[in-house]
Design a protein around this ligand. Structure first.
Ligand code: GDP
Ligand code: IMO
Ligand code: MG
Length: 426
C-alpha cells in the first residue's frame, strides 16, 4: 500500500497530532519525517491529554510501529524523557525505531539558537530556542553529528572535538558567551544517553520499504507546516526543515510514487506563533475570544498564538505545493456563537486583486484580505458525530472553503477528543 502523508497547511498547531492519531487506527507504521522537539502534537484520549514532541502520534496504539525518520533532528535527552513520560502513563514505547541518519541536537545548538535570536534584536524570528535551526545548519554544512555516531565512541569523539572547538570560538568571539565543556558533552552523550538510545537505532529506510512492499499501511507525520517550510514558507520567519509533502520523501527515504494520499490539516481559523507576516490576523476582542476558546497557547512553549480568519489564498497554495488530496478541518467548534464568520478569498494590494500568494515577501507584508462573510451559528458542536448534527450555516462555511480551495474536506474536528470529529465528504 502506498503511504499517507499528514501535513500542516498553515503555520502549525492545526491539530496534526489529533488527526495522525485518528488515522493511525488503520496504520502499521507512523513515521515522523522532519523537525524536532519544536513540535508539540496533542492527542486527547478519554479526557487524558498527551503532548508529544518527537515521538510519532501513532504511539498510543499497540499495533503501530513509531519511527523517527532520517529527516528529523533529535535531542536524545528529550527523546528519552518523552519515552519515560509515556511509559509512566502506561504507553509501551518499546517498538520505537530511530533512524541512524537523523542528526543530533547538541548543547551548542541551543546556545547558538539563543545567541542568534538575541543578536537579531527586533528582527528575531521567535524560534522555540530548541537548537533546531543550528542543528539543520550543521547538517547542511556537513559537520553535524548523527544518531549513528552514538554507536562509535571513536568517531563521535573525533567529530565532537573539531566541532566544539569551532563552536566555542564562535560563541566567545562573536556572541561573547561562555565556552562549553567538551568532556561534559562527551560524557553526557556517550555514557548517559547512548546506552539507552542504541537499541532504538535502526535502518528506517528498509523498515518503511518492507512495510510498503508487504502491503501495510504507512503514515508519514509532518511537524510544523507549509508556511513554516524553509523553501515555501514566509522566509525568514520559518523553521529550518521542509514540512511540505515533498519533505516526507526526503525525510523517510521513499519516492513520490510511494505516496497515494496527502491529508492537509487546516484549522477552521488560523493561528501563528512567533514572528512573521499574517494577512488575516485579528486583534482586540475577537482575537481574545478565539485564543481563549481555542486554548491557543503553545503545547510545549506556552506562548500565546496569534489568531486570524481562515485564509483560502494560503490554502490554495498549500493544496498545490503538497498536492493535497483532502483537507481535515479542525476546531470548527471554536467558531460557534459568532454572529458572522469570515473567509479570506483574495488579497488586495495597490488596487489589484490577488488570488495567489505574491511571490515577493514585501508585498505579502502589506496585502489586505478580501473577505466573504457568512452567517454564524449558535449550536454547541462538540457532541456532533455526523454531518446532520452540523447546523446549515456551519455546513455552508465548510462548503464555501471547499469551493475556494478546490479540495474536499473529509474530516471536521469538533473538539480535542479522539472521537470528536465528523466525516464530511467521504
Ligand atoms: P499540532 O501541532 O498540529 O499537532 O496541534 P497542537 O496539538 O499543537 O494544537 C492543536 C490544539 O487543538 C490541541 O490542544 C488539540 O487538543 C486541539 N484540537 C485539535 N482538534 C480540535 C478540534 O477539532 N476542536 C478543538 N476544540 N480542539 C482541537
Ligand atoms: P507543530 O508541529 C507552530 C515556529 C516558531 C518560529 C519558527 C521557527 O506543533 O505545528 P524553530 O524553533 O523551528 O526554529 O522556530 O517556527 N514553529 C512552530 N509554530 N507549531 C510548530 O510545530 C512549530 N515549530 C516551530 O514559533 O516562529
Ligand atoms: Mg503544535
Amino acid at each position: 500500500m502506498p503511504a499517507t502523508v499528514v501535513v500542516g497547511t498553515q503555520w502549525g498547531d492545526e491539530g496534526k497530532g489529533k488527526l495522525t492519531d485518528l488515522l493511525a487506527k488503520d496504520m502499521r507504521l507512523v513515521v515522523r519525517y522532519q523537525g524536532g522537539h519544536n513540535a508539540g502534537h496533542t492527542i486527547v484520549v478519554e479526557g487524558e491529554s498527551f503532548a508529544l514532541q518527537l515521538i510519532p502520534s501513532g504511539v498510543l496504539y499497540s499495533h503501530t510501529v513509531p519511527v523517527i525518520g532520517n529527516g528529523v533532528v533529535v535531542d536524545p535527552a528529550v527523546l528519552l524523557a518523552e519515552c519515560d513520560m509515556l511509559e509512566a502513563r502506561g504507553v509501551d514505547t518499546s517498538r520505537l525505531v530511530v533512524s541512524g541518519n537523523a542528526h543530533l541536537i547538541m548543547p551548542y545548538h541551543y546556545e547558538i539558537d539563543r545567541a542568534t535570536e538575541r543578536a537579531l534584536g527586533k528582527n528575531a524570528l521567535g524560534t522555540t530556542k530548541r537548537g533546531i535551526g543550528p542543528a539543520y545548519a550543521d547538517k547542511a554544512a556537513r559537520i553535524g553529528l548523527r544518531v549513528q555516531d552514538l554507536l562509535d565512541e571513536k568517531i563521535f569523539r573525533e567529530k565532537l572535538e573539531v566541532v566544539v572547538r569551532e563552536k566555542n570560538t564562535m560563541l566567545a568571539k562573536v556572541y561573547n558567551r561562555l565556552s562549553l565543556d567538551l568532556e561534559e558533552i562527551s560524557d553526557l552523550y556517550l555514557n548517559e544517553l547512548a546506552p539507552r538510545i542504541s537499541p532504538m537505532i535502526g535502518d528506517t529506510v528498509s523498515i518503511v520499504h518492507e512495510a510498503l512492499d508487504a502491503g501495510e499501511n504507512v503514515m508519514l507525520e509532518g511537524a510544523q507546516a507549509t508556511f513554516l517550510d524553509l523553501d515555501h514558507g514566509t522566509y525568514p520567519f520559518v523553521t529550518s526543515s521542509n514540512p511540505t509533502a515533498g519533505g516526507a520523501c526526503v525525510g523517510t527515504g521513499i519516492g513520490p510514487r510511494d505516496i497515494s494520499r496527502v491529508v492537509g490539516i487546516a484549522k477552521a481559523y488560523v493561528t501563528r506563533v512567533g514572528s512573521g507576516p499574517f494577512p488575516t490576523e485579528l486583534e482586540g476582542e475577537l482575537a481574545e475570544l478565539l485564543v481563549e476558546r481555542g486554548h491557543e497557547y503553545g503545547t510545549n512553549t506556552g506562548r500565546r498564538r496569534r489568531p486570524g480568519w481562515l485564509d483560502t489564498v494560503m490554502l490554495r497554495q498549500a493544496a498545490r505545493i503538497n498536492s493535497l488530496s483532502e483537507i481535515a478541518l479542525t476546531k470548527l467548534d471554536v467558531l460557534s456563537d459568532l454572529e458572522e464568520v469570515k473567509i479570506c478569498v483574495a488579497y488586495e494590494v495597490d488596487g489589484e486583486r490577488l488570488t495567489r500568494l505574491p511571490y515577493h515577501q514585501s508585498v505579502l507584508h502589506r496585502v489586505k484580505p478580501i473577505y466573504e462573510t457568512l452567517p454564524g451559528w449558535t449550536d454547541d458542536l462538540s457532541a456532533a458525530t455526523s454531518v446532520a448534527d452540523l447546523p446549515d450555516s456551519a455546513q455552508a462555511y465548510l462548503r464555501c472553503i471547499e469551493e475556494h480551495v478546490g479540495v474536499p474536506i473529509t474530516y471536521v474536528g469538533v473538539g480535542p477528543g479522539r472521537e470528536q470529529f465528523v466525516q464530511f465528504h467521504r
